[in-house]
Design a protein around this ligand. Structure first.
Ligand code: PMP
Length: 406
């Protein structure tokens, strides 16, 4: 493999040249949302300038172009994650995708006495929909706990998978700890017990080569804006038999074949779940994002981010009073940390004055914060377009603001 010129890659991201408070921006919030390369911005711009029309309705040239662009993006995305296009529902993101499973698969099936297993490290998007289902069906929720290093305690997780469990929700990668969960093994254990699995891939898809077919899950949700794509894009993959067995979630145009007052015939496959005009330009942008990521290569991206993570972990660990949450063996480029005597929001505010963008807060993972007994953490998350110099700038700024807060 020829060496990648990461400085040239970085130059693809126009926003990264800007300044914040008179300092060069150091964007360390990729886990929250990713920055966009010019190729994505231009693809969206080109769609609106030259091709804009609605999909699947008009036979005129622009209508055909828009439909081809939208369906082309579905095909690209499907290839990128190694699934069939007719099993990929395009939607606004992980939150929508998991709610679709909750309302369309779980709600009609679960009943009092059934149970759902979730893990302590889930994002609220993979907790709250299940709580709503549990409230309406009488099902209960059981929680798989963590080890001291911030990994799933697999023995305890498997012990929870008793006959009343119908569904297991697990994140592929934790957005707070960076823990990469062994989802293949977990889904195998669930399947052996007849339990349906929902994997939240929000933090995996942007950072590693994804082979959803090989994971062996039933549902896989991910979000486009974290993988260089526009906001309001994402997808749910499900095995076709499951999609076919699920009633529609939302009703309206696009998701039907024929509407009559004595009975409506729904569209087939993923289209059954795509009611109304979709985010066409967004998916055109996501198609360009997938081309862009594939052009660099996900293995190269993963290796680059591992190097950035190692550098940042070493540098942060050397600062007195800094505590990193979780030390999982397999970890994505996310570091949640606390600093003795400083509130996470104060740190993030002062870091912003230095041009450094880190997130502070609960990261939509209250149960994980409860586990660590803290209301909030600071989180630095890295993408392949970050540099080692930015990590040095971040660490130097942290040492400075720490002194201010001491
Ligand atoms: N799950 C995880 C692990 C996430 O990190 C996020 C985004 N913060 C989500 C779900 C929700 O994604 P979205 O807001 O794009 O629906």
């Amino acid at each position: 493999m020829s060496a990648i010129d990461w400085a040239r890659v970085r130059a693809d991201f126009p926003l990264l040249t800007r300044e914040v408070h008179g300092k060069p921006l150091v964007y360390l919030d990729a886990a929250n949302t990713g920055q966009k390369p010019a190729a994505v911005i231009e693809a969206v711009d080109d769609f609106y300038r030259r091709h804009n029309a609605n999909v699947s309705r008009a036979v005129h040239t622009l209508g055909t172009e828009a439909t081809e662009a939208y369906e082309g993006a579905r095909a690209k995305l499907a290839r990128f994650v190694n699934v069939r296009g007719d099993e990929l529902v395009l939607c606004s993101g992980t939150t929508f995708a998991i709610n679709l499973v909750a309302y369309s698969w779980a709600l009609p099936r679960l009943k009092a006495g059934d149970a759902i297993v979730l893990t302590r490290m889930e994002h609220h998007a993979n907790i709250v929909p299940w709580q709503l289902v549990a409230q309406r069906t009488g099902a209960s929720i059981k929680v798989a706990e963590l080890t001291d290093s911030g990994e799933l305690d697999l023995d305890r997780l498997y012990a929870l998978l008793t006959p009343e469990v119908k569904l297991l929700g697990v994140t592929h990668v934790s957005n707070v700890l960076g823990t990469v969960n062994p989802v293949r093994e977990i889904c195998r254990e669930a399947r052996r017990r007849g339990i349906v699995t929902v994997v939240d891939g929000s933090q995996a898809a942007p950072h590693r080569a994804l082979d959803i077919a090989a994971i062996g899950c039933d549902f896989y949700a991910f979000t486009g804006h974290k993988m260089c794509g526009p906001t309001g894009t994402g997808a749910l993959w499900a095995r076709r038999e499951l999609l076919d067995a699920m009633p529609p979630f939302l009703g309206g145009g696009e998701m039907i074949k024929e509407v009559r007052f004595d009975g409506t015939v729904f569209n087939e496959g993923p289209h059954k779940f795509e009611a109304g005009t979709p985010n066409i330009a967004g998916f055109v942008g996501l198609g360009a994002a997938v081309d862009y990521l594939a052009g660099i290569g996900m293995d190269a991206i993963e290796a680059r981010e591992k190097a950035l993570l190692a550098h940042a972990t070493e540098a942060l660990s050397a600062i007195d009073g800094v505590r990193i949450l979780g030390r999982p063996r397999e970890k994505a480029a996310v570091i949640s940390f606390l600093v003795d005597g400083a509130h996470a929001h104060d740190l993030a505010t002062l870091l912003d004055l230095e041009g450094i963008a880190v997130r502070s807060g609960h990261h939509c993972a209250h149960p994980l914060m409860q586990h660590y007994g803290v209301p909030a953490t600071c989180r630095a998350s890295f993408a392949f377009y970050n540099t080692h110099e930015e990590i040095d700038a971040f660490v130097a700024a942290l040492v400075k603001v720490r002194r201010l807060l001491a």
